[in-house]
Design a protein around this ligand. Structure first.
Ligand code: 5AD
Ligand code: SF4
Length: 438
């Protein structure tokens, strides 16, 4: 049955940049089909949740928001509740038992079918979709200066803790020509910065490989900054390290998740490198790319992690001095190998280890940010600083991906400017505008 009066949709996104970009694609498709995006769940015909299942907490957050909609759905039975993303794929139709007020689930490989799912009242679109890399979807981007661009989908790594290979399927690379065409379009629209997205961009298999792609994008007129996430340490080649140093538009920042400083733990995680190998890559990056900012992910309390393994991680953090990290307690994910491993640690120990990691890193991050005081850096102005909530305060990012707040007028948004760093703090930098010519 066609439901003709469904005009407005509202999307709420949980999780990573990949998910945010998937939501832009869903919105792009629906708007192209004449629907309107609503600002709140109160004033809409369709509510779409784009979900994350990376850790239990992300999952809980979604289910508690979903629970709150039960009453609304009762009051307005015509309201359609759709669940996209990793939880949809992971739970499949079991989700209807847990939450009967959901109308439809769409996995991350089936965003292209969102309009059909609405029109034809489809309840589940979860098939593996090998054509995903060849499918070009319109993205409705909210920002005007920075854009995400997908270059590959899925993941073949099967780290033992991770749910992604199960939710996003096997690795597939998007053809180079299709990427170049999209970025050319973005440059024509005035975008200055692109972030290439993939679970493991270093294993991009399109023509010319990842370094070849970077080289061509570096030539693209109008694009000033190129970023990419996420890199896998095992696949980060010397060639790529050199390219980051040589290609002037590729920003001096890499997110290179280490996960642990212990070889035992790394092996149990199936990461495919030792701490020494990881450190060698960091040394090379720092040699080839002066001033490069390096960020990382750490998991605290992996099953079987001993006090010594944890100390290895602490020592690694001290030795490597990352610019910043995202650290998480190990979270058991159904269907992964780690979920059935021996040696699960009590919550208290995981919490203790995590807070030691975060406390130490806070000091290192502060020290790194303080070291930038007095330096003049290029900043892409992103927005009026909402925290300040008044005209005259801007926020932007350095090439090293650090947030800088400074005074300046709003016409500078989306422009490259030079800023002198006055103060380095834990989460951001305070600066002073020098000029607007980058
Ligand atoms: N528990 C805790 N952290 C996890 N991550 C992925 N899976 C889990 C899990 N089961 C972290 C990793 C990864 C980041 C995106 O999330 O550190 O790099
Ligand atoms: Fe993104 Fe991973 Fe969460 Fe899926 S599980 S939404 S890929 S962070």
């Amino acid at each position: 049955m066609l439901i003709l009066n469904m005009k407005k949709f509202y999307i709420k996104t949980f999780g990573c940049q990949m998910n945010m970009h998937d939501s832009e694609k869903a919105a792009g498709i629906l708007k192209k089909e004449g629907m309107e995006q609503a600002e709140s769940h109160e004033d809409t015909d369709i509510i779409i949740f784009n979900t994350c299942s990376i850790r239990q907490k992300a999952e809980q957050k979604f289910f508690s928001e979903l629970g709150r909609l039960k009453r609304l759905k009762k009051k307005r039975p015509g309201l359609k509740i759709m669940v996209m993303g990793c939880i949809a794929q992971q739970m499949g139709e079991k989700i209807f038992k847990k939450a009967g007020h959901i109308d439809c689930i769409i996995g991350p490989q089936n965003i292209h079918s969102i309009k059909d799912a609405i029109d034809k009242n489809i309840i589940a679109a979860l098939d593996e979709n090998p054509a995903i890399a060849e499918t070009e979807l319109p993205a409705d981007r909210k920002e005007k200066g920075r854009a995400w661009v997908s270059i590959m989908y899925g993941c073949n790594n099967f780290c033992t803790y991770c749910v992604v290979p199960y939710t996003r399927g096997r690795e597939k690379s998007r053809p180079k020509e299709s990427i170049l065409k999209e970025v050319k379009g973005l440059a024509d629209e005035g975008y200055k910065e692109i972030t290439l997205l993939g679970q493991n961009v270093n294993s991009y298999r399109g023509e010319g490989g990842f370094t070849g792609l970077l080289r061509e994008l570096n030539e693209m007129e109008g694009i000033e900054r190129i970023r990419f996430v996420t890199s896998h340490p095992r696949d980060l080649s010397d060639g790529l390290t050199d390219s980051i140093g040589r290609l002037e538009k590729v920003c001096e920042h890499i997110h290179l998740p280490m996960q642990s400083g212990s070889d035992r733990a790394l092996s149990m995680m199936n990461r495919g490198y030792t701490y020494r190998e990881y450190k060698t890559k960091i040394d090379k990056l720092r040699n080839s790319v002066p001033g490069i900012a390096i960020t990382s992910d750490i998991i605290a309390g992996f099953p079987g992690e001993t006090e010594d393994d944890h100390k290895d991680t602490i020592n690694a953090l001290k030795e490597l001095e990352f610019d910043g990290i995202f650290a998480f307690k190990f979270s058991e994910r159904p269907g992964t190998k780690a979920a059935i491993m021996e040696g699960k640690l009590p919550e208290g120990i995981k919490t203790e280890r995590l807070s030691e990691i975060l406390g130490l890193q806070d000091e290192i991050t502060l020290k790194k940010n303080k070291a930038l005081e007095g330096k003049v850096l290029e900043v892409l102005v992103e927005d009026i600083n909402k925290g300040e909530n008044k005209e005259g305060h801007l926020t932007g990012r350095t090439r090293g991906n650090k947030i800088v707040n400074f005074s300046g007028s709003s016409f500078l948004v989306n422009k490259l400017v030079r800023v002198r760093i006055k103060k380095g703090m834990k989460h951001s930098l305070l600066g002073e505008l020098l000029d607007e010519n980058g």
